[in-house]
Design a protein around this ligand. Structure first.
Ligand SMILES: C[S@@+](CC[C@H](N)C(=O)[O-])C[C@H]1O[C@@H](n2cnc3c(N)ncnc32)[C@H](O)[C@@H]1O
Length: 192
């Protein structure tokens, strides 16, 4: 994700977040992990919060997750329409507001940058995680517990620019990492 003040540019197509380094890191991590999950359970239920362009929904499908087991949500109506047009189940929802049931895998590449008042409002939805950058992540972590199956895992992307993440009592480990000149990205595996 490009910080607006760093490059004064956030790549958005019709207000839908176009895949960036953060998206590709999460996608590569998913590619490495889903085959292992599928060997244990062919019917894993996959949920993405903040599906944007649908990049991770396509990755999950290509790796063999059954289409009827792929679910997604975004607060941006255009992203929801786009993911639906790709044939995926997608609802307009503020985090888990409209989500029912439990999932084996929940993925989220959240808006994680601290607020930058010079950034246009329409791109903030995809990039700004609150004053410290962690407010949406912290809400997500609180609400996700209810939607994880017993063996369920979360793959969450975070950045060194995000301050104040509260991982609660999840067991956590880093399963993906990328260093860039202005930030370091990490993908966390979280479970009970
Ligand atoms: C950084 S973009 C990631 C998009 C895509 N998953 C990717 O990796 O390229 C964050 C996405 O989360 C969505 N989003 C932001 N706040 C949200 C919320 N409270 N509930 C659901 N989706 C949200 C944005 O609209 C955006 O599509």
């Amino acid at each position: 994700m490009w910080s607006f003040s760093t490059v004064c540019l956030v790549k958005m197509n019709s207000n839908i977040y176009e895949p960036e380094e953060d998206s590709y890191l999460l996608s590569e991590t998913i590619e490495g992990q889903i085959p292992k999950l599928l060997t244990k359970n062919k019917n894993i239920k996959f949920l993405e919060i903040g599906s944007g362009s649908g990049i991770h929904l396509k990755t999950a499908l290509n790796l063999g997750v059954k289409k009827e087991n792929i679910f997604s949500a975004d607060l941006n109506q255009k992203a929801v329409r786009h993911c639906k047009s790709l044939g995926f189940n997608c609802v307009k929802s503020d985090l888990f507001e409209k989500i029912k049931g439990k999932y084996n895998l929940i993925v989220f590449n959240p808006p994680y940058l601290p607020e930058d008042k010079s950034e246009p409002l329409d791109s903030r939805l995809a990039t700004t995680g609150g004053k410290k950058g962690s407010e949406i992540i912290n809400l997500f972590l609180k609400k996700a517990k209810k939607h994880l199956s017993k063996d369920g895992k979360i793959f969450l992307l975070t950045s060194s620019l995000t301050k104040g993440i509260n991982f609660l009592n999840y067991k956590k480990k880093i399963i993906g990492k990328k260093k860039m000149f202005f930030e370091e990205l990490e993908v966390w595996e979280l479970k009970f």
